[in-house]
Design a protein around this ligand. Sequence first.
Ligand code: UD1
Ligand code: CA
Length: 492
Amino acid sequence: MAEALRITKTTAVILAAGQGTRMKSALPKVLHTVAGRPLVYFPIRAALEAGCEEVIVVIGHGRGLLEAYVSEAFGASAHVPEAWRGRVKTAVQHEQLGTGDAARAGLDAVRADASRVLIFYGDVPLLTATDVAAVVRGLANYPDAAVSLATCTTADASGYGRIMRDTQGQIVEIREQKDLRSAEERAITEWNPGIYASNCDFLKDALASLKPNNAQGEYYLTDIVGFAVSLGKRVVGVPSNPDVMDGINDRAQLARGERAMLERLVAAHRMNGVTVREGARIEDGVEIAKDATIESFAVLRGHTRVGSGACVDVGCVLTNADIGEGVSLKPYSVVTDSVVRARAQVGPFSHLRPASDIGEGAHVGNFVETKKTRLGRGAKANHLAYLGDGVVGENANIGAGTIFCNYDGFQKHVTRVGKDAFIGSDSQLVAPVTIGDGAYVGTGTTVTRDVPDGALAIGRVKQENKEGYATRLRSRLEAQKLAATASKKSIA
Ligand code: UD1
Ligand code: CA
């Protein structure tokens, strides 16, 4: 985001300790995914992009899983932007006593020299850095303000805490859905999306003052508003975009949130000059260069990259795939943790399993499976083959039905095929084995010994032709059939 929009001297506290009962799941709610990332990823990213120096994620339910995820996704993973590394920490809320109690656990972990805290929830994936930064700016704009918070207005606010204002229009309280007392209160259309900014000192006092006197018997973070008002302090409401504020509490909301996220991602790719057909699914983190085409029902996941001018045709599934410029991935090809270099052609129905590396201009065709195999530039394996643990030289040709027999039941072994070699159809190369440069393997050969450069390997029974045998055989079989039918009739 633009530097001018960045906030500074702010620590974010993201609440993610709840179980998420309404998900009815063994998995903690914030680890359920939207566009390929756990829900909690998005608020953390928003805080980092907004400029928060430190992000404290409050965890509790399923804390082992959350801790592991946060330390991988914002620490250990090779894909973490350098500027983010080490800035995300976790704090534990031991018992889930409510959002106010969770905020307290988070605040305890905030560095003593921090002055401003931005608190929001881990189950609101669509909000962006701009949305949270606006709330911090709301606080900074009013020196007498104790709290600044986002507010949204929509025709139906049911489920959310409502913003209660006095006759002068000042915010005086947030009241949870379950604590609303009348039809008029339930009709209030201004609601709390749950983004708050405040100074540490005020927050400490406010959180200490909370009492669980409400319908749910919980410590409500939202009660800091009433506390501020009771001290005669100002509460600033920052009107915010309701379209990005949906909290995810159940699987119907998860589906809606994901649809919105995927539409946002597709829209961004289209703006960047990518043709994305209806029904393609492009998850968060995928990079696509301009003039690439992503056809219907293609699925692009993880750290997949697609080069300019490449075409990912109908039904392809790419996971952490690196697809070069001008590559053609024909329909229904599956590429996982693999590289396909410029102008190569793959599919239809190819399966590139992890650590495959398809060279520039190489061809991999129907029903070819590769795993941990490097195909040199211009090499071809056009039909029905299994190439596992292989190194194939430039311009080699692998015939239909070839199998690299890489596994002896205990260990994997490597098959090497030299450049310009020709492997005849239906051959088995029993690894470890090396076929030399320019060598030729006759169709149907089982290769168990290395083949020198330029040699021909052929291993099959000599062919014999028996003149007239087929004709004689046919008349004998016909006579047998006639005799069998006649005897059946006479029995009947
Ligand atoms: C909360 C707000 C509500 C607001 C809504 C916006 C309160 C009391 N209510 O309600 O005003 O309209 O969000 O989406 O804050 N959590 C903890 N520890 C706990 C309880 C919750 O860490 O003890 C975390 C959850 O993991 C979740 C977040 O806080 O990520 C919000 O909790 P949730 O129960 O979903 O609150 P809502 O009922 O949606
Ligand atoms: Ca919620």
